[in-house]
Ligand binder design. Structure first.
Ligand SMILES: [Ca+2]
Ligand SMILES: [Ca+2]
Ligand SMILES: [Zn+2]
Length: 300
């Protein structure tokens, strides 16, 4: 018997008994990093995964798998993060409870640190329920009051001075632009902040009126001119401490912005189920890198 496998299964059973909620997996794909930004900055890969794990450990929606066949076929479309050209991938598949994120870097010009968002799609089908399942990923209010993307794309500006924190759990003085903060911000867009129909649902004039966000902020939340960010300087809290919100439009060099309670409330308003605290089991799973274990738990 394979001893390592035995141990893994034993731990998996324990985890299932202790935690009924399960986490989402954000899977980063470097296929389109043809400029080699991530291979030359391995710290960026680690920080991106840490940012992905932050959301993964908080979001507990069950996302339906997307599978493709000749009669029911899903085409994912997105911007190549390195060239900026459109990409279409037919026969696209993604596992249940998983989001796929294509990442790369290019010169985005000016003061833009990164850009990111959910991908588009086209569906050819013979079974109408296939269309509903893959376009909403089983989120019954989508697209108006819930959101279920397949994933999307993020491109980082490879001409700016990045700070790659060797340990993003600690805050220390630094110069440059905090890569971890920007990764959190772009994943926020990918998850629908400023981009989903269920975000637009709560936009009224230049304010966001989602009930979870209003409750945290104490009223309608002002938005920036493009209506896809909080207004400049809007604040939320991290562990009770006030901080400029992650999803306002700017990041000051030499500063870190973690995801605040207000940013998380926006995800709730978009339709995500956000656990009040990080799932300890999920954090442990991601931290240990036992991907197979997570896969086994999601099969039910
Ligand atoms: Ca640190
Ligand atoms: Ca949902
Ligand atoms: Zn933004």
């Amino acid at each position: 018997m394979n001893h390592a496998l035995f141990r893994t299964l034993g731990i998996a059973a324990l985890w299932t008994a202790a935690h009924t909620a399960q986490a989402i997996v954000i899977q980063f794909d470097y296929t389109y990093d043809s400029g080699g930004f991530f291979s030359s900055h391995p710290q960026a890969k680690t920080l991106l995964q840490t940012a992905g794990n932050f959301f993964g450990s908080r979001l507990t929606d069950h996302l339906a798998a997307i599978t493709s066949s000749t009669t029911n076929n899903f085409t994912a479309s997105f911007t190549n993060p390195t060239t900026g050209n459109p990409v279409s991938l037919s026969n696209f598949s993604v596992a249940a409870d998983t989001l796929k994120v294509y990442v790369g870097a290019r010169n985005l010009g000016g003061t833009t640190l990164a850009e990111g968002g959910p991908g588009g799609y086209a569906v050819s089908y013979s079974d109408p329920t296939y269309f509903t399942t893959v376009s909403t990923r089983g989120q019954s209010g989508a697209p108006n009051t819930d959101f279920g993307p397949w994933g999307g794309t993020i491109s980082f500006n490879d001409t700016v001075n990045w700070y790659f924190d060797p340990d993003p759990t600690t805050d220390e003085p630094f110069t440059g632009n905090d890569f971890y903060s920007v990764a959190l911000h772009e994943l926020g867009h990918l998850l629908g902040i400023g981009t989903a129909g269920s975000w637009d649902h709560w936009v009224s004039g230049t304010q966001f009126t989602g009930p979870a966000s209003e409750s945290v902020y104490g009223g309608p939340v002002p938005l920036s001119s493009g209506l896809s960010h909080w207004a400049e300087g809007v604040r939320g809290r991290v562990n009770g401490i006030p901080q400029e919100a992650a999803m306002d439009p700017t990041l000051t060099t030499g500063t870190r912005k973690r995801f605040t309670d207000l940013d998380l409330a926006a995800l709730r308003d978009i339709g995500w189920q956000v656990s009040a605290v990080p799932l300890p089991g999920a954090v442990w799973l991601f931290g240990s890198g036992l991907v197979l274990l997570g896969g086994a738990l999601r099969r039910r």
